[in-house]
Design a protein around this ligand. Structure first.
Ligand SMILES: [Zn+2]
Ligand SMILES: [Zn+2]
Length: 238
């Protein structure tokens, strides 16, 4: 594992746990700006997926890359509509059963594993792309940790268990980074898989959260996420 992989992985995992700490310690003031951040993250994630990960995936894996991207999208869709049926980014506001919280965790683990694969795959292309993917991952890690731990609390779990659930998301992110270093399959198709999963999280997890929100703050945050992606991209000389 390279130093960049280690520091990106640890920062991403730490953001998962910080998100959990924000709910377990009831620091609700910090949650106010969350929806605009998530909308911004959605724009940034969809941009990195379409503008860089997908084209680079085709360079790395040829004509099978688009099939792998679609396949990954479908797989996340299926896991989130079968195993983890109840999950939404942001704080859980109603009571749920323990089965719901555990299955949401299982459903999310695949996505967080690919968060790690995406960062490692980006780094394999260039330091700049690795940094951009890291930002895309980091932007949604805090809400990801917050969401899973608040879901656990809503299911009646202890604060320790709620924190452990977020830590598990961080650990699978690290596992994704580590395994990309060791598995040839991920070295070939990691970019394609990351493109599909990142697109799913941005377009199908995050965007629908705000579909019914009125006002301009949410759509403008989304557009800002797309626009600033290009600013970040030129700064990272990708
Ligand atoms: Zn809910
Ligand atoms: Zn994630």
């Amino acid at each position: 594992m390279t130093r960049a992989e280690l520091s990106y992985g640890l920062a991403a995992a730490a953001a998962n746990v910080l998100g959990a700490l924000a709910v377990t310690s009831r620091a609700t003031r910090s949650l106010k700006a969350l929806d605009a951040t998530l909308s911004f993250a959605a724009g940034f994630m969809i941009s990195v997926s379409l503008v860089d990960l997908f084209p680079d995936a085709i360079v790395a894996a040829g004509r099978w890359a688009p099939v792998m991207t679609l396949g990954s999208y479908v797989l996340v869709h299926l896991t989130q509509h079968t195993i983890g049926r109840h999950f939404h980014f942001g704080e859980e506001t109603h009571a749920v059963s323990e089965v719901v919280s555990l299955s949401a965790l299982v459903g999310l683990l695949m996505h967080t594993f690919v968060d790690g694969v995406a960062v490692a795959s980006g780094l394999r292309v260039s330091a700049g792309l690795g940094a951009l993917v890291f930002v895309a991952v980091l932007l949604h890690k805090f809400p990801e940790g917050l969401a899973i731990s608040s879901l656990f609390l809503a299911a009646g779990s202890t604060r320790a268990k709620a924190l452990a659930a977020a830590a598990a998301l961080g650990a699978t992110t690290m596992a994704g980074l580590l395994l990309t270093d060791h598995l040839e399959f991920l070295q070939t198709y990691g970019l394609a898989i990351s493109a599909g999963v990142t697109l799913y999280v941005g377009a199908s997890n995050l965007v629908p959260e705000f579909q019914d929100r009125s006002g301009l703050r949410i759509p403008l945050s989304f557009v800002a996420g797309c626009g600033l992606y290009f600013v970040a991209r030129s700064m990272a000389s990708v």
